[in-house]
Design a protein around this ligand. Structure first.
Ligand SMILES: [Zn+2]
Length: 558
């Protein structure tokens, strides 16, 4: 059977995904998988008119229909297991709201079973004849999507309207997953090397903006508009999105860290362009800062886009969702612009393997907010003031690195604030902050376009900083309570210098964290007392420690 919408109907530029990129990813996280998808070709018809004509938008449903080609390759590590596995060796994800109309492997129609969110394909006859060959799994599907309740947290298709009552629609699916709106192998650990996106929608004056290199829209013979794009880098599937509205677009020039001229692209609701043009010069500064501090932006081939959305924000790769209404915080920066863009480095370029590793994305993206402040205002206390402001939000109710199998909904906000504070404390534990900054750049360079888990991260950092850091990571990632530094005043000399006897509580012996208190450096221990001489006010001494290190300080006898 010939499958409709074959890749031959796309333009050469958009079809030219780079075969050399295959298998660039680390594979650290894909153990046990028989197949991976190297390339997705997703086509979808979005029936925005049917949605808009529904009375009462919060009861609306959004009709979609489409086809996805998954270009599969065997991982090469499980051939024996593949041969031995009974029948349904190929499975993928499709939310229960998706109806799978038909399914083909290399254009041969196959039987399948769709139960809850999993689809299993009977490959017995196919695989035994073609065990080593790559193949194309094609799935035709349709759905009537129910609008998101509380995006971007309780997410999905977001249905809204601009201030003239015209449609403003978006997609965000970090919590529900990409398989909530299209069939895919929906795991953080297995990113495709590239994705082609094609969206058709009625012509009603709206514009669609999506990830990657977007071709000019085409008018179809039936009057609808077709939007096509190529994501030419590995991508977390939850980052794939579309945005539909009456957008106005503009670009701002930017010279990247390698001296190449680039454009930053902005898509704002009609009427907001002039104000936004002046406002988003902040994005030029931000990109310069992140590139200098962390390393080059990883997605220049696909560009950098910021799109105004009816929800607060999301780190959609090369198509950052922005819904913060051009508002700066009291530190003078736009939190959503900075946080979601920081995810291009931490989350999109360097990616976690599984939901319980998501602290890797959020901790570093949150810390990046303050690091950018330090880069912009190196002689001010803004960096540390900002971190102190975050400290009150730490709960210490569950470990930062959640247990295996933890669902995204079960993570608490310590994956943001406590994880950011762990990095902040580690940086201050080192003889120089530049040593930490260099290790972070190495980390970025090593894991760009790769997935890693918590263990791979701690192994890397211990190799960079020293094995003694294993105890620090172990405490902050796997234990929920904070270390307690007990400082017992045992004397004061004629010059006002206090002698303190210090020790640590609630830590294991392996927790060996260097503490710089301004007047010196010491490594407090849990099993023995360390003497420290402190000049000046002890309350200040305690407060200063707690501005730099994530531990409670108890002063005794003062
Ligand atoms: Zn985030």
């Amino acid at each position: 059977m010939i499958i409709a919408f074959h890749p031959a109907d796309c333009s050469p530029a958009l079809c030219a995904f780079n075969a050399n990129m295959h298998d660039r990813r680390s594979g650290d996280c894909s153990a046990g998988m028989a197949y991976r998808v190297q390339y997705y070709d997703l086509y979808m018809a979005l029936d925005t008119l049917a949605l808009i004509h529904q009375p009462g938008l919060n009861k609306a449903v959004f009709p979609i229909s489409g086809r996805v080609d998954m270009h599969l390759a065997t991982t090469g590590m499980n051939q024996a297991a593949i041969k031995q596995r009974p029948r349904s060796v190929l499975d993928f994800d499709a939310g229960p709201q998706l109806v799978i109309d038909s399914l083909f492997v290399d254009q041969q129609q196959m039987a399948f079973r769709h139960h809850k969110s999993r689809v299993q394909v009977d490959l017995e006859s196919y695989v035994r004849k073609n065990v080593n060959a790559p193949c194309i799994l094609t799935v035709f599907f349709h759905a009537r999507l129910i609008p998101a309740v509380k995006p971007p947290w309780e997410d999905g298709v977001v249905v809204s309207s601009d201030d003239r009552g015209r449609p403003w629609i978006g997609m965000t699916c970090q919590t529900s997953g990409a398989s909530a709106w299209w069939p895919c192998m929906d795991r953080l650990s297995t990113e495709p090397d590239s994705v082609r996106l094609t969206f058709d929608l009625p012509q009603n004056g709206t514009v669609l903006v999506t990830n990657g290199q977007q071709a000019p829209a085409e008018r179809l013979p039936d009057g609808r508009m077709r939007y096509r794009a190529l994501v030419s880098y590995p991508i977390n599937l939850y980052n794939i999105t579309f945005n539909i509205a009456h957008y106005e677009s503009f670009t701002l020039p930017y010279r990247d860290s390698e001296g190449k001229d680039q454009s930053l692209e902005f898509h704002m609701l009609e009427g907001g362009e002039e104000q936004a043009k002046a406002y988003f010069t902040e994005a030029q500064t931000m990109m310069e800062g992140f590139e200098q501090v962390f390393g080059p932006y990883a997605f220049w081939r696909d560009g950098y886009k910021l799109v105004e959305t009816p929800y607060w924000g999301m780190e959609h790769q090369s198509c950052v969702a922005y819904g913060n209404h051009l508002k700066r915080n009291k530190y003078g920066f736009d939190f959503i612009l900075v946080h979601e863009s920081a995810h291009e480095w931490w989350g999109n370029a360097v990616s976690a393997c599984r939901p319980h590793d998501l602290w890797i994305h959020e901790g570093l993206a949150t810390w990046s907010e303050s690091r950018l402040l330090e880069w912009r205002y190196p002689d001010s206390s803004l960096y540390i003031d900002y971190m102190v402001g975050l400290r009150d939000r730490i709960h210490n109710k569950q470990p930062v690195a959640a247990k295996k199998g933890t669902h995204k909904r079960q993570l608490d906000t310590d994956v943001y604030y406590k994880a950011a504070w762990m990095w902040h404390g580690i940086r201050h534990s080192m003889p120089s902050k530049s040593r930490f900054d260099e290790a972070l750049r190495q980390f970025y360079q090593q894991y760009t376009y790769k997935n890693l888990d918590t263990r791979a991260l701690t192994n890397f950092w211990c190799a960079q900083l020293g094995a003694s850091y294993a105890g620090i990571f172990d405490h902050y990632l796997y234990r929920k309570h904070l270390p307690v530094l007990v400082c017992d005043k045992i004397g004061i000399d004629s010059e006002g210098v206090y002698t303190l006897k210090t020790h640590l509580r609630r830590v294991s012996r392996s927790f060996q964290m260097g503490i710089d208190f301004g007047g010196g450096h010491f490594i407090p221990q849990s099993r023995k007392k360390t003497m420290v001489r402190v000049r000046g006010d002890l309350e200040n001494f305690s407060a200063n420690l707690q501005r730099k290190y994530l531990m409670d300080v108890q002063l005794k006898n003062h």
